[in-house]
Design a protein around this ligand. Sequence first.
Ligand SMILES: NC(=O)c1ccc[n+]([C@@H]2O[C@H](COP(=O)([O-])OP(=O)(O)OC[C@H]3O[C@@H](n4cnc5c(N)ncnc54)[C@H](O)[C@@H]3O)[C@@H](O)[C@H]2O)c1
Length: 340
Amino acid sequence: MDPITFQTGEFTSRLVFTDSPATLLEGFDLTVFDTNTIKLFSPSASHYVWQAGETHKIWKSVEELLAVCLEKGLGRDAVLGAVGGGVVTDMAAFAASLYMRGIGLVLVPTTLLAMVDAATGGKTGVDFGGFKNLVGTFYPAREIRIWPGAVASLPEREYRSGLAEVIKHGMLGEQSLFRLLQNQRDAVLARDGQVTSAFIRQAVQYKVGVVVRDLRESGERAFLNLGHTFAHALEAERGYDGSWSHGEAVAWGLDRALALGVSLGITEPIWYQEVHDLLNSYQYRLKAPGASPKAILAAMKNDKKKKAGTVRFVLQRRLGETLMTQVDDESVLKILEDGV
Ligand SMILES: NC(=O)c1ccc[n+]([C@@H]2O[C@H](COP(=O)([O-])OP(=O)(O)OC[C@H]3O[C@@H](n4cnc5c(N)ncnc54)[C@H](O)[C@@H]3O)[C@@H](O)[C@H]2O)c1
């Protein structure tokens, strides 16, 4: 497939899909990995390795990379390559946006989540002061190289976590992605090469389309938060103890968002049932026993993205028809009580 060139604000990016890892790392002056993704490749060229994991998504890691850029004498025309999941791509992009006020950046996402979400869209950053992604910049990569075969080595939980975001893209976008996820479930879960390649392409292209239309989240891009108000609040209520991966919480949140829509007379019940059945068929947990509905509601109100103290929800009428609205606490609480 030919590369896709797209524009986000003043930035031009190229999206390249490849079936072979052979040329993935070509053309970089410095390549950054984490302690897991370095094992997938045998880089001979100049590289730097971060400790893997969200706990290392902090300013200190970015500062370390900036120091390496300086030590290696990288100039304004240098190209930084980033190979990894969303933690590596977000932090490397942040560093690339800062070093000499911006150097070349190529992202090679290796988790499903980074392919379909983190690596496209231009958001960079680190966690700060106890908040996820509080500090960062907008800096779209000049190129994003996607090798769907990288998902073969992902731990099952990471794969399923990314899959929840793919399901969300399928709900928001064209019919074909959602139908593929419904009709080819076994092949999707078995990570069949052709099927993963097909759904990853569709999900990435959907995300790129949204970002091109709305880089700074003033409109349509906010729809990508479908299910996330619920998901973030559940993760916060659980104290980020790892009992729910982000994607698992998103799957629960998608189910709760559509249930909320039904209770308000917005979502067609038949659409909710289809989504509920799909999430069940992928064996996502749709109840969160032990969680406190009141504490989840309080966490929603604490979310840094809320505007002027109100919580706005992304809801859907049916497949591909999405809207945003404020909802009263009582209605939300009722839906939370049904979801624990
Ligand atoms: N910038 C954005 O728009 C955006 C969007 C969504 C998420 N994010 C960010 O992405 C991060 C989560 O990304 P993630 O889920 O990819 O987490 P991650 O980067 O921590 O990767 C998950 C784990 O998989 C390992 N890994 C990566 N590729 C592998 C492979 N091919 N085989 C085996 N193991 C592999 C990693 O080392 C890590 O241990 C969060 O910090 C989140 O804030 C950013």
